[in-house]
Design a protein. Structure first.
Length: 392
């Protein structure tokens, strides 16, 4: 039985060196960072906070300069702006207290929320002159909200932010990692069939050992992807203290949720990997296998498509069906667990169904694997497959 371990090691070492794996594992995070991070970085470095030199023209005669530069008229401020002595100036009209309207001028076409914040703080400090400092600061930042969801018993569950973040992160990890790894398995099986390499392998190992070795080897590939993505994500979070502090303050993820997430990930991978192996066994070409496998990928992504419905209506019939169906239960159950809307017996039923389905699909894939070697160049019909599986 140790032969499957040798096969698993080979599959792992071979696939982690593949260009496709390296691109998805390292290239995808870099690409996403470039798409989302570079524009923000360019905007933030184009003009630093220290470079904001703001002036104002007060036509009410009641505002103190504080850390801004006051000008007697708009013409003088406009001249200073064009000469580059200030970056922005704003005009406070005589009817400001009744309308709240001001006009902001700048030579930079890029809108800046930081400038608005600075001007807003300036206006508040002047409007609240004579008030206590703590009151002024509280008016500037009036609330720090945190949402909680109550179940039917009135108990507090995880807050909505954590539920949404954990659910989406798990769904994306699950889809990218499992579908990528299981697709490697699909391609490998089809290529070995086409090249007749699989016949050589089966002269030394059994069908079951070959299939189990491939599944676990590629399962390790999927977990490696998650570890790498987690390390990259953690590195980015630690590098941005503001974002990290917000996540730490708002996140309330229990250890039990992480354990169940890992368990559903492993079981979900075994289901999809076994299906991909079966698809690869009956496919005559890689393209044909990918087309057939796309059906299972779409089904597996259904919970992500209906994620808002699942989180809003955890007791709906559709949600329950998705929580029990093997191809959709991993993502659905993690969504429900993250908002605390799962009874213990529901969790056990889902785990048992998923575990039984995994064993059943592996067993069927082994039989299909064995039968398919007799059909090189021919795509068996469903009736033929049922007949051969029953006889095997």
């Amino acid at each position: 039985m140790t032969k499957w371990i040798t096969i698993a090691k080979h599959e792992f070492s071979y696939n982690v060196r593949r260009k496709e794996f390296l691109f998805v594992t390292f290239g995808l995070p870099i690409f996403m960072l470039a798409i989302m991070g570079i524009p923000i970085l360019l905007m933030s470095v184009s003009i630093s906070h220290e470079e904001y030199r703001i002036g104002y023209v007060d036509r009410t005669g009641s505002f103190e300069p504080l850390n801004f530069t006051g000008y007697p008229d708009e013409e003088t401020a406009r001249k200073e702006l064009l000469e580059g002595k200030i970056t922005h100036f704003f005009v406070i009209p005589p009817d400001y207290r009744s309308t709240g309207k001001i006009n902001i001028f700048s030579t930079n076409r890029t809108l800046s929320g930081t400038v608005d914040d600075k001007i807003r703080d300036f206006m508040l400090e002047n409007l609240l002159k004579g008030q206590k400092i703590d009151l002024v600061e509280r008016i500037k930042d009036p609330m720090h909200s945190e949402y909680f969801i109550l179940n039917e018993k009135g108990e507090t569950g995880e807050d909505g932010f954590s539920a949404l973040l954990v659910s989406i992160a798990f769904a994306l990890f699950f889809m990218l990692s499992i579908f990528t790894s299981s697709n490697f398995l699909l391609q490998g099986v089809v290529e070995e069939k086409e090249n007749r390499v699989i016949e050589i392998l089966l002269s030394s190992v059994s069908y079951r050992e070959l299939l189990i070795g491939k599944i676990f080897g590629l399962g390790a590939v999927g977990l490696t992807q998650i570890i790498v993505w987690s390390m990259i994500g953690a590195g980015l979070l630690f590098s941005n203290r503001l974002v990290f502090s917000i996540l730490v303050e708002r996140m309330h993820v229990s250890f039990a949720l992480l354990v169940f997430a890992l368990g559903f990930f492993i079981l979900g991978f075994l289901v999809f990997a076994s299906l991909m192996a079966g698809v690869g066994a009956v496919s005559t070409t890689t393209r044909e296998g990918q087309q057939m496998a796309g059906i299972f990928s779409i089904i597996g992504a259904i919970p992500l498509i209906f994620s808002q419905f699942i989180l809003m209506y955890p007791d709906a019939i559709l949600t329950t069906a998705l929580a029990y169906f093997p191809l959709t239960s991993p993502i659905t159950m993690i969504m429900l667990l993250s908002i605390g809307e799962v009874q213990f017996h529901e969790l056990m039923i889902s785990v048992l169904i998923l575990t039984f389905s995994t064993l059943l699909i592996i067993e069927l894939s082994v039989k299909i694997f064995r039968v398919s070697l007799l059909m090189y160049g021919k795509k068996p019909t469903i009736g033929e497959m049922i007949k051969y599986v029953r006889e095997s």
